[in-house]
Write a protein that binds this ligand. Structure first.
Ligand SMILES: [Zn+2]
Length: 434
């Protein structure tokens, strides 16, 4: 069967397993993938913290020791409200040249292409000359990876240790000032969510004067954030990305980003967040009763931080906006995940560059640091020296076509892109494991 047919059928089957996380319930989908990979000659195991939510590890050994290349993916999805969709989100319908359904882009489509590409190789009798090809499909990516990639790297590192990872995060084409660019995710920002609290004094709400309203104090604190973000942090991976985009050395991040905004505002939105600590209040809580003046008010703040920067830096950036010392609030971090990244100049990147050149002469790679998070983080953290990229090549749909559909209604992927990406995965392993 032609590779694209195999990838398409596989994606349709994957979409029909409802793996909305929570609760995930990934087992049935993982068992289907296991039988497919086993049938092609991979050694497979399902491992996990619970019976219902295993991770799949599939391995194709080479003739001798050597590098381990991993095709990584996750099989869980975010939720979908059928009322908002024009098709059943779990139908996997093939219509107008697209496969429709929750996970088509994030990321059952990529998993289907990885597995179809790897199975084609194994069926043909190909084996790594040295090293190993791993296909790892995790559960629980969309809700923090506690049962998924983080669990694997913490609990069975010897089973998932690898030198190179290709995962989700980028790969879609975009045009910028007449240049054709394929995005390459080289890193993800860190996560330092925190809780702000203001304190007051409770009292009966029918006599406002007798209390001290913590909610009103919070309004004053949040007012200092209104429309403001911390200054840019010119860190190496971010500056390299900006230089690759603009094709010129970056002296000053603000003026370089102003030029990007004039050319392509959608990229400017991404780069402005990529180049700094970002702060976004998202949840607020005060009194539990309408007639009680709250003595405490808490706000949850989502905070994303450039790779390599830790809590001291974040605290400084927050205090520059909210004020330090006794400015009427207390701050408590609930996450302390320092972001990480891989160099864009590696043998693996060399093959990706060559692949996009062959696909479209003159096309370039555009390395990006994601503002969001992926499983690549856990592999870089667990295995120093491991090069992990997000790369799922797509060109029938550009970055501007796919981005609004991810985690949104009517998510779908072009069959032409399933063809393009499954071919990529069938060519990558022989080029690297030789
Ligand atoms: Zn994803």
């Amino acid at each position: 069967m032609a590779l694209v047919h195999d990838a398409t059928k596989l994606l349709q089957r994957l979409i029909r397993f409802n793996t909305v996380n929570p609760p995930g319930n990934e087992r049935a989908a993982q068992e289907m993938l296991r039988s497919k990979l086993e049938g092609a000659g991979f050694e497979c195991e399902l491992v996990g913290a619970t019976e219902e939510r295993p991770n799949l590890i599939a391995r194709l050994r080479g003739a001798s020791e050597g590098p381990r290349l991993c095709y990584l993916g996750h099989v869980d999805t975010v939720l979908a409200d059928p009322a908002e969709w024009s098709v059943d989100p779990w139908s996997g319908d093939l219509r107008d040249g697209y496969v429709w359904g929750r996970g088509a882009l994030d990321m059952k489509g990529q998993v289907a292409c990885e597995v179809a590409g790897a199975c084609k190789l194994a069926h043909s009798g190909w084996r790594p000359q040295r090293g190993e090809l791993l296909v790892i499909v995790t559960c629980d990516e969309e809700a923090g990876a506690t049962y998924g990639a983080q669990w694997l790297c913490d609990n069975v590192p010897e089973k998932v240790r690898c030198d190179m990872v290709v995962n989700e995060g980028a790969g879609e084409v975009l045009d910028y000032e007449g240049r054709r660019m394929y995005t390459l995710c080289v890193g993800e920002k860190g996560v330092f969510r925190f809780k702000l609290t203001t304190h007051g004094r409770a009292g009966h709400a029918s006599m406002p004067g007798i209390g001290d309203n913590a909610l009103l104090r919070m309004v004053e604190v949040l007012g200092r954030l209104d429309g403001r973000q911390p200054p840019f942090d010119p860190y190496p991976a971010g500056v390299a990305s900006l230089e690759a985009l603009t094709g010129a050395p970056v002296e000053d991040v603000s003026s370089a980003l102003a030029r990007v905004r004039a050319v392509e505002p959608r990229l400017a939105d991404q780069f402005e967040s990529m180049m700094r600590v970002t702060i976004a209040p998202t949840m607020i809580r005060a009194s539990d009763k309408e007639n009680v003046i709250p003595s405490r008010c808490t706000v949850r703040v989502d905070c994303r931080v450039p790779p390599g920067m830790g809590e001291d830096h974040v605290r400084r950036r927050v205090e520059e906006l909210l004020g330090a010392g006794d400015r009427g609030y207390t701050l408590e971090f609930s996450d302390d995940v320092v972001g990480n990244s891989s160099s864009p100049e590696t043998e693996l990147a060399g093959f990706l560059r060559e692949f996009v050149h062959r696909a479209e002469p003159g096309a370039q790679l555009l390395p990006l640091v994601l503002t969001g998070f992926t499983d690549s983080h856990w592999f870089r953290k667990a295995f120093p020296g491991c090069v992990a990229y997000g790369f799922f090549p797509q060109r029938a749909m550009s970055r501007w076509d796919t981005m609004p559909l991810i985690h949104a209604p009517d998510e779908r992927i072009a069959v032409d892109d399933l063809e393009f990406a499954s071919r990529f995965f069938s060519e990558l392993a022989p080029a690297i494991l030789r």
